[in-house]
Design a protein around this ligand. Structure first.
Ligand SMILES: Nc1ncnc2c1ncn2[C@@H]1O[C@H](COP(=O)(O)OP(=O)(O)OP(=O)(O)O)[C@@H](O)[C@H]1O
Ligand SMILES: [Mg+2]
Length: 253
């Protein structure tokens, strides 16, 4: 990560909703800088406001107050430079792996040959070569996540948001996917903001880990994680970091 180059700057960011029961605060006063090519992990308990925060970064929701700047300019609405792998992966069941992957450039009117070439390179990168014509129903959970990642990369985002992408996977597949996402990030350097409620996953992946409180999401602490990659999850240093974060969490994560 290049600490001299700030890509995203979040200032005094808050979000509240008007509900029947009154005002509900989901995100409170977040101040955060995200650096170029960094793998930033946002770690927080369930229902704390992580998705609301990501949606604001993606321009899908408007902040109640505060602002988000990308390369110095305030983000207004959705921005092509920011891509998202959604928590509820929405693959279209009637479309093949290739058709799901190329959806972004197709929507923008990119010619078939060009968009297929790009989609194919990311299908290959995520390890789905040979499955281009398969439908989502024919894929395992981990493979569907790979399609979601290939689809996001095919849009060529500079900043990639990943909202608990492996939350629904079994422990073994999850660990494989964590290694995969790290490999892809090392090969195709982008700034990644990765949301999780899993401390071990956060320590395995993050250059920095931002720990959030329970709802409304407030930042409790930022941990710098400079352990050598790939991290050894049973090394003393790893376990120490994990325990330190665990001691500081609001809820059992
Ligand atoms: N449009 C909305 N109107 C009212 N409340 C909302 C709205 N969107 C989100 N919330 C509330 O904000 C809180 C945080 O939601 P959010 O989805 O960001 O949690 P999360 O941290 O992503 O949780 P999880 O780990 O379960 O995905 C929740 O209590 C949710 O009900
Ligand atoms: Mg969420």
């Amino acid at each position: 990560m290049d600490e001299h180059k700030v890509r995203l700057e979040i200032s005094e960011l808050s979000k509240s909703y008007e509900t029947k029961e009154g005002r509900f605060q989901a995100v409170e006063k977040i101040d955060l800088k995200v650096y170029d090519n960094e793998f930033l992990v946002l770690l927080g308990p369930g229902n704390c406001g992580k998705t609301v925060l990501l949606n604001m970064i993606a321009g899908l929701e408007q902040p109640t107050s505060g602002e988000i700047r990308l390369d110095g300019s305030v983000i207004q609405g959705s921005d092509r430079r920011i891509g998202m792998v959604f928590q509820k992966l929405a693959l279209m069941p009637w479309k093949t792996v290739m058709q799901n992957t190329e959806i972004g450039p197709k929507f923008r009117g990119v010619k078939k040959e060009e968009r297929r070439k790009k989609a194919q390179s990311y299908i290959d990168l995520v390890g789905l070569n040979g499955f281009e014509k398969a439908y989502p129903a024919q894929l395992s959970g981990g493979m569907k996540q790979r399609v979601g990642i290939a689809r996001a990369y095919t849009n060529d985002p500079e900043i990639l948001l990943m909202d608990e992408p492996f939350g629904a996977l079994d422990a073994q597949t999850r660990f494989v996917m964590e290694q995969e996402v790290q490999r892809i990030w090392e090969q195709e350097k982008r700034t990644i903001i990765f949301v999780t409620n899993n401390i071990e996953e956060a320590c395995f992946l993050g250059d920095r880990i931002v720990l959030f409180s329970e709802c409304p999401a407030r930042m409790k602490e930022i941990y710098v994680n400079d352990l050598k990659r790939p991290r050894d999850v049973i090394s003393q240093e790893f376990l120490k970091l994990r325990a330190m974060i665990s001691d500081n969490t609001d809820l059992a994560l």
